[in-house]
Design a protein around this ligand. Structure first.
Ligand code: HEC
Length: 169
């Protein structure tokens, strides 16, 4: 084998080791991302989960809202997504909201009447309670909330997001 050939072989050897190493490193960092868990989850007991999603389906909330990424695409109503909504508001708030004769007195709306949140005051007290605690059980992971805030902040200001005195990378 000539000197030049040896050099090329050595180079190929080094490159392959580097490539494999890089791939392993990539896989291990990807794994870390997955381990952080899904962004949205529910703290509902199995009974509440079933009762809540039954009501949600029966009352056709998905005609307007998305939850677990499910929504009726044909309806096309710009209603807020309900994933993680229980991290934003509490059970008592939901109960009052669903019981209001005019929900827009609590949450003002700029939408046409046909798209606005309907009143659910006509439901039984039990049903409104189930809906309220089901909504309150829908949580968002802290890390996802932090990342969303960071992305929004940077999009709006073009500056790095600073939380509790330190820049989040
Ligand atoms: C006709 C469309 C429509 C239907 C059906 C509907 N909603 Fe809404 N909902 C809205 C809109 C739009 C808003 C935002 C406030 C507004 O514009 O009135 C809203 C607001 C809400 C909010 C407050 C969200 C926030 O940002 O705090 C909750 C909770 C909610 N709806 C839950 C439900 C549940 C549960 C059902 C089924 C029982 C339901 N909605 C059915 C359109 C709808």
């Amino acid at each position: 084998m000539r000197k030049g050939e040896k050099g090329i072989l050595a180079l190929i050897g080094i490159l392959s080791v580097a490539l494999v190493g890089h791939k392993i490193w990539q896989l291990s960092t990807e794994k870390k991302e997955v381990d952080r868990g899904i962004p949205f989850y529910s703290t509902a007991s199995p009974q509440l989960g079933t009762a809540g999603s039954d009501l949600y389906r029966r009352l056709e909330c998905k005609n307007c809202h998305s939850l677990w990424s499910v929504r009726d695409m044909s309806a096309n109503v710009p209603a807020p997504a309900l994933d993680g909504i229980g991290s934003l508001r509490d059970e008592q708030w939901f109960y009052t909201y669903f019981s209001a004769g005019n929900p827009q007195s609590i949450l003002p709306s700029r939408l046409k009447k046909m798209y606005q949140m309907p009143s659910y005051a006509h439901l039984s007290e039990e049903e409104r309670k189930v809906l309220a605690s089901y909504m309150a059980s829908l949580k968002v992971q802290d890390w996802y909330l932090e990342e969303t805030k960071k992305a929004e902040f940077e999009k709006l200001t073009g500056k790095p997001y600073v939380a509790a005195g330190k820049v989040i990378q």
